[in-house]
Ligand binder design. Structure first.
Ligand code: COD
Length: 308
């Protein structure tokens, strides 16, 4: 169990500093995060982007003028250049700056950038929600738009590998839907049941997977009891599997903006860790994401498998 981002940042310190290459680095919050990560011994920053916009930000965030900076004014080409630099490092991290998510992900997927593997890439978000005793994880609210059942299987398997690298060995996994009744009219419920059966057959990795499950049951043992649902995970879920990108994206932003959650986001399945948070996210969220990427890059208690 990870109690929160402070524990994650402390763990990450023993893994760093790692090269962090920022794509379209003309983003003050990203630069603040990189500076904080450098001060914490997590990052050796490399900036790729519009030098005319980046230079004036350097002194205001406290980064040195002689920092490694590659001038590429257009965001999409900057993402391609940054991805190529990261793939040339042994354990570097790619980080999204002021570039649209789809353009950024196309650079990660570009066959010439060297970050693609034969695995499905997916997004894993972490949240520290005020009042909760542990970090929780959500997938996939950031990359795969409407994953098929086979893709959801890959997404769950990748996320479980990442959680294992973080020392969470038998996570409790809720496959979310609108309710607990399986109905062909609600494909998310059918997929959730299939994923639970895959888990029973041992196809997903060590985990307790339950679904379909509505969010109230996933979050509350009392709600489960009230609905007469027997669950081993209600109120204590580690990983929430959302039905599609919209649900995940809306849920994550609601946690941040309505519940005051802190967040982090990474892409799993590439040859190197990739930090992907929203451009509007705070410097703290970007720092948390660098810490998460550091822990996944080098593994935690056991040698890391996520990015091998
Ligand atoms: N994993 C591995 N390979 C992939 C993946 C994946 N998740 N997605 C696509 N590919 C491969 C395909 O097999 C193909 O070879 C090539 O990449 C191109 O695939 P397309 O045609 O589907 O690619 P695009 O460019 O149309 O779309 C890929 C994106 C990842 C850009 C797209 O799915 C996307 O925009 N996702 C949502 C990103 C987003 O807006 N997130 C919001 C977060 S703030």
């Amino acid at each position: 169990m990870l109690t929160g981002f402070e524990e994650l940042r402390i763990r990450a310190r023993s893994r760093g500093p790692l090269p962090v290459v920022v794509a379209a680095a003309q983003d003050e919050e990203a630069l603040r995060a990189v500076k904080a990560a450098q001060d914490a011994g997590l990052a050796e920053p490399v900036l790729v982007g519009d030098e005319t916009l980046i230079r004036p930000l350097l002194s205001s965030v406290g980064l040195p003028a002689d920092i490694r900076l590659i001038h590429e004014p257009e965001p999409a080409p900057a993402a391609l250049a940054a991805a190529k630099i990261v793939s040339g490092t042994e354990v570097g991290i790619l980080m999204k700056g002021m570039v649209n998510s789809s353009d950024f992900l196309r650079a990660v997927l570009h066959p010439e950038c060297g970050l693609r593997t034969d695995r499905l890439l997916c997004h894993l978000a972490a949240f520290e929600v005020p009042g909760d005793k542990k970090l929780v994880f959500h997938t996939d609210g950031g990359m795969n738009v409407a994953p098929t059942l086979a893709e959801k299987k890959d997404i769950v398997r990748s996320s479980l590998r990442a959680l294992a690298d973080l020392g969470i060995d038998c996570p409790k996994v809720a496959v979310l839907a609108a309710n607990e009744v399986v109905s062909p009219k609600m494909p998310a419920t059918v997929n959730a049941q299939a994923l639970m059966e895959m888990n029973r057959r041992g196809e997903l990795g060590p985990a307790i997977v339950e679904g379909p499950m509505a969010m109230d049951v996933a979050l509350s043992r009392e709600a489960a009891a009230h609905k007469g649902i027997k669950s081993r995970i209600a109120g204590d879920v580690d990983l929430f599997v959302v039905p599609g990108i919209e649900a995940g994206n809306i849920l994550g932003k609601a946690l941040i903006h309505c519940a005051g959650a802190q967040s982090a986001g990474v892409i799993l399945g590439a040859t190197r860790p990739v930090v992907m948070v929203s451009r509007a996210d705070s410097a703290a969220a970007k720092l948390n994401s660098i810490a998460l990427a550091c822990c996944l890059a080098v593994g935690s208690d056991s040698p890391g498998q996520t990015f091998l």
